[in-house]
Design a protein around this ligand. Structure first.
Ligand code: NAG
Ligand code: NAG
Ligand code: NAG
Ligand code: NAG
Ligand code: NAG
Ligand code: NAG
Length: 358
């Protein structure tokens, strides 16, 4: 079965892309915060693992449909934070080499998931396990200083799990007798092992991204029959189930990893709050993508921007850039809240700024 033969409701989830600087870009947490440049130097850099929401370029080097290496993607890329050394080089970029590794590496791959089996439908992606293997086998031996003491000054950012539902569980549901609760338990226990592995390799400051409100993206909304402008409840329910288990996970795992600290950035709540009261932040369009997204009938995939296509006049008024990923305006809000929020519904149990200080 090729991607293009999938029914629209399945297709929308089957292509994710690598993003340059959209989506919660953890680099921006640092850029905003200027942690890397701040004199305290509590954070030397970061290692980033996960899917398209944190991928800043790896998929452009993989034979996959999940790419975003063309215009209009990248439009907002250089406008902000220019002059900063805080762009974490993607692992697969040939120019990423040992000289960069003191600011960290980004391994994230659009379409990938916590499980090895997730995302293969979109082509070749690096699963979370594979990303961790690259960190262990390629990056660590090349780090100038890979002592536990030195690695404790890096943030480990992990944003994965959404594709395990959209590109795996909900695609297979007809053949599977696994309940969403059982599946979520498998994801969380797998993620637990993965975090422990990274801890055993020396990382100790973890920033975990919650899942986004998967059912509110334009592609989810557009796929509904009969047509509706409401969010798709079963996708949001799955995301919330995962997120609440993630909270339990970090509370359970911390005592097993002495000296570690883990926080969750609750992107779900932050985005839901924007969608609930868009005008508060100047948004007017919460349901449609800013860029032109061709449907399958028009030769697209229902998610990605048209290559060289048009974009909306005022990108800051749209919540979604393409049919899946938020605009830069939303990502700036996410990044600022991740760094500085004092609300546990947004950052749990505390924010990135505090994590950086400990
Ligand atoms: C890495 O840095 C060293 C010393 O600064 C330099 O000589 C070398 O050319 C750099 N390598 C690459 C591939 O940029
Ligand atoms: C998942 O992939 C990793 C390497 O990327 C491999 O070591 C591991 O055995 C795989 N796990 C399963 C369950 O296939
Ligand atoms: C490695 O980094 C730690 C912490 O920054 C420092 O104390 C130690 O001296 C460094 N070791 C080397 C060999 O540079
Ligand atoms: C979904 O199907 C794929 C391919 O058959 C398989 O690798 C994967 O494990 C299945 N996932 C679930 C959750 O059953
Ligand atoms: C799912 O459950 C039904 C009824 O209990 C059973 O007949 C079927 O074999 C199961 N399918 C799988 C893949 O386990
Ligand atoms: C949102 O944008 C789309 C595409 O530009 C447009 O068709 C729609 O009317 C807009 N909706 C609102 C509420 O502004």
């Amino acid at each position: 079965m090729t991607l293009m033969n999938l029914p629209p409701s399945m297709l929308y989830i089957s292509v994710c892309f690598s993003f340059l600087y959209f989506c919660l870009n953890p680099n921006k947490i640092l850029s905003n915060a200027e942690i890397i440049r701040d004199g305290n130097n509590n954070v030397k850099g970061m290692f980033v693992f996960g899917s398209s929401y944190v991928d800043n370029g790896n998929n452009n080097f993989l034979p996959t449909l999940a790419k975003a290496d063309y215009l209009p993607y990248g439009m907002d890329f250089e406008s902000e934070y220019f002059g900063l050394p805080a762009f974490i080089p993607p692992f697969l970029d040939p120019s990423t080499n040992v000289n960069h590794s003191d600011v960290g590496v980004n391994y994230a791959s659009g379409g990938s998931g916590i499980l090895n089996s997730t995302g293969t439908i979109a082509g070749v992606v690096l699963s979370l396990n594979e990303q961790i293997r690259l960190f262990e086998e390629v990056t660590l031996p090349n780090l100038k200083n890979s002592s536990r003491e030195s690695l404790s000054k890096y943030l480990c950012v992990i944003g994965s799990g959404g594709n395990d539902y959209t590109l795996n569980y909900f695609l297979n549901i007809s053949q599977s007798n696994t309940s969403v609760e059982e599946f979520t338990a498998i994801l969380i226990s797998t993620l637990s092992s993965q975090i422990k592995k990274l801890y055993s390799l020396g990382l100790s400051k973890f920033v975990l991204m919650s899942l986004y409100p998967l059912g509110c993206s334009p592609v989810s909304i557009a796929a509904q029959q009969p047509p509706s402008n409401a969010c798709v409840q079963y996708l949001n329910d799955a995301a919330q189930l995962f997120n609440s288990n993630l909270r339990t996970l970090i509370n359970d795992i911390r005592p097993q990893m002495p000296g570690s600290n883990l926080i969750i950035v609750n992107a779900y709540n932050i985005i839901q709050d924007i969608l609930g009261f868009p005008a508060l932040k100047g948004f007017t369009n919460t349901t449609k993508p800013c860029c032109e997204v061709p449907s399958r009938a028009q030769g697209g995939n229902g998610i990605s921007c048209k290559r060289g296509g048009s974009t909306c006049q005022d990108r800051d008024k749209f919540v979604y850039f393409d049919a899946l990923h938020p605009t830069e305006a939303v990502n700036v809000i996410l990044a600022k809240k991740a760094y500085a929020s004092i609300l546990t519904r947004e950052v749990y149990p505390f924010n990135v700024w505090i994590l950086a200080q400990i």
